[in-house]
Design a protein around this ligand. Structure first.
Ligand SMILES: Nc1ncnc2c1ncn2[C@@H]1O[C@H](COP(=O)(O)OP(=O)(O)OP(=O)(O)O)[C@@H](O)[C@H]1O
Ligand SMILES: [Mg+2]
Length: 497
């Protein structure tokens, strides 16, 4: 249900919905305007037709009434004659007007027109040669202009000029609304109009849907491209603006894809170079170390200054060797296509081996280094070479951070879901502010910088190795108290003693 509401809300915000809304509103407004114009014109036409048909009505009535009118417009003879006519057609209104259009006799009941004036200009227009119909004027008893028929007469014994005036609107009720109700033609026209409205509405909606579908395709392609599918291309729907947009997208995608491939190639070459260089450094560094140690062993023939120089050379060779090892591991981790070489192995054996390797460095720094692992610890499933690097980096850090007289401990403990490895020291510790940054590449803490050596790569390599193994690196530290770095490795499926 929520998904449906979400879908409808998304459709409501879509370009299609907006275009459809604007189109349907304009169509509706246009239809109302056309209907309004059509109705008023039909009304006008109906009035014109009726006035045209009955234009001679007043003339005919005047011929009948003229003898009686000579006795006076208000004479009994005139009234009798008028009542006779009105009894034949009760919907007629009959008035006698003077030459200025003032009503001097109203034969209707009630006689509401007395004292009113009909516009004499309208009377003369209708009596003129070929008048433009319909001619409208306000009747003596009416409020709105309507059609009429008029004829010149003479009234009274003095034969004064005047007009016989009759309303036609009342007689015919020929309004459009009346026609709408009763005429089959208007009904057919209304039905046809509604049908045209419906068809153009549906046609427009379908057409816009087809048009916006191309936009949707374009959007999907751009989205997929943004998500990393750089092979996305669009078939240009036509040669119009949309087609040109699709072509521009294809060109852009092609350029980006080519540039990306070039970048990937450069990156691959860089990783290969680092991997090769760090590997090729090993042999010369080892022989350099050998020669320097050989020279140092002839201590008796060397003066103190030369011995110091040789010690410094050995120190730098060590730093270079460590850097080459870190870079080699980094290059291996960066190569996503190289999977982990997982194998079951005993962590307690590995821990003791590494602690053994670091004993010399620990003794040199005056730090107690010990391994606390149960020899019966179940085997783990991990990349032995990489875990070796993890432990080496962590022990190297701990030994560097711990002053003479301090203690570094490597612990391995069996948990429900794997073996937890922890390197604990009671060294300088890491400031809480710096803690989130220590696993970033090349980040070195203030105390680390003061130490002088170190490249800031060790912990970032450890974090990446943990991530590749699907485990999390945990660092707890307090300044002045020490640091505890731990991670959990999964058990090997075949558990060996
Ligand atoms: N146990 C620790 N106690 C105190 N500071 C530490 C500890 N472990 C790491 N750090 C500090 O964290 C920073 C990052 O360590 P990292 O191992 O990444 O780099 P590094 O030791 O400087 O160089 P590298 O390990 O590449 O030779 C260093 O400045 C280091 O001093
Ligand atoms: Mg380090």
């Amino acid at each position: 249900m929520r998904a449906l509401i979400h879908k409808v809300a998304r459709l409501g915000r879509s370009l299609y919905a907006r275009i459809a809304l604007v189109y349907l509103t304009s169509l509706l407004l246009l239809s109302v305007a056309v209907a309004w114009i059509a109705i008023s014109q039909f009304n006008q036409l109906a009035r014109e037709l009726q006035q045209r048909m009955e234009i001679d009505l007043a003339q005919n009535l005047a011929q009948v009434m003229q003898p009686a009118l000579r006795q006076g417009a208000d004479s009994d003879a005139a009234r009798d004659m008028a009542h006779h006519i009105l009894s034949i057609n009760p919907s007629l209104s009959l008035y006698v007007l003077d030459e200025n259009g003032w009503v001097i006799a109203d034969y209707g009941e009630p006689a509401c027109g007395l004292g009113q004036q009909v516009d004499p200009e309208a009377l003369e227009t209708l009596l003129g040669k070929e008048p433009m119909l319909p001619v409208l004027t306000t009747s003596p008893c009416g409020d709105d202009p309507g059609i009429f028929s008029v004829a010149p007469i003479q009234h009274g014994e003095q034969r004064r000029p005047g007009y016989l005036y009759t309303d036609l609107d009342n007689a015919g009720q020929a309004s459009m609304f009346a026609m709408l109700r009763t005429s089959s033609i208007t009904r057919t026209l209304v039905a046809a109009g509604l049908m045209a409205l419906l068809v153009s509405g549906i046609f427009g909606l379908v057409w816009f849907a087809l048009l916006t579908r191309h936009f949707s395709r374009l959007t999907v392609a751009v989205q997929r491209f943004a998500e990393g599918d750089y092979g996305q291309r669009i078939v240009a729907p036509s040669d119009d603006e949309l087609g040109r947009l699709a072509k521009a997208f294809n060109d852009m995608a092609g350029t980006i894809e080519a540039q990306l491939q070039a970048l990937q190639e450069t990156d691959r070459q860089r990783r290969e170079l680092i991997a090769n260089l760090s590997h090729d450094f090993r042999t010369p560094l080892t022989s350099l170390r050998g020669y320097a140690e050989q020279l140092l062993s002839q201590g008796s023939v060397l003066d103190a200054e030369r011995r110091r120089t040789l010690a410094a050379i050995l120190d730098n060779v060590d730093r270079l060797t460590r850097l080459a090892q870190q870079l080699s591991t980094l290059a291996r981790l960066d190569a996503d296509d190289r999977p982990l070489q997982r194998e079951p192995f005993s962590l307690s054996e590995l821990a003791h081996d590494i602690v053994g390797k670091f004993q010399h460095q620990a003794r040199h720094a005056g730090v107690t280094l010990e391994a606390a692992c149960d020899p019966e610890l179940p085997w783990v499933d991990a990349d032995l070479g990489l875990i070796d690097r993890v432990l080496s980096n962590l022990l190297d850090n701990a030994l560097h951070a711990t002053a003479a007289g301090g203690k570094v401990r490597l612990e391995a403990e069996a948990l429900a879901d794997g073996v937890r490895l922890a390197v604990i020291d009671n060294g300088v510790g890491i400031d809480a502010e710096e803690l989130p940054m220590v696993t970033q590449r090349f980040y070195r803490t203030r105390s680390g910088l003061a130490r002088g050596d170190g490249s800031g790569l060790g912990l970032s390599i450890v974090r990446e190795i943990c991530e590749r193994h699907g485990t999390q690196l945990k660092i707890d530290s307090r300044v002045g108290e020490g640091t505890r770095v731990s991670l959990v490795l999964p058990y090997a499926r075949v558990i060996e003693a």
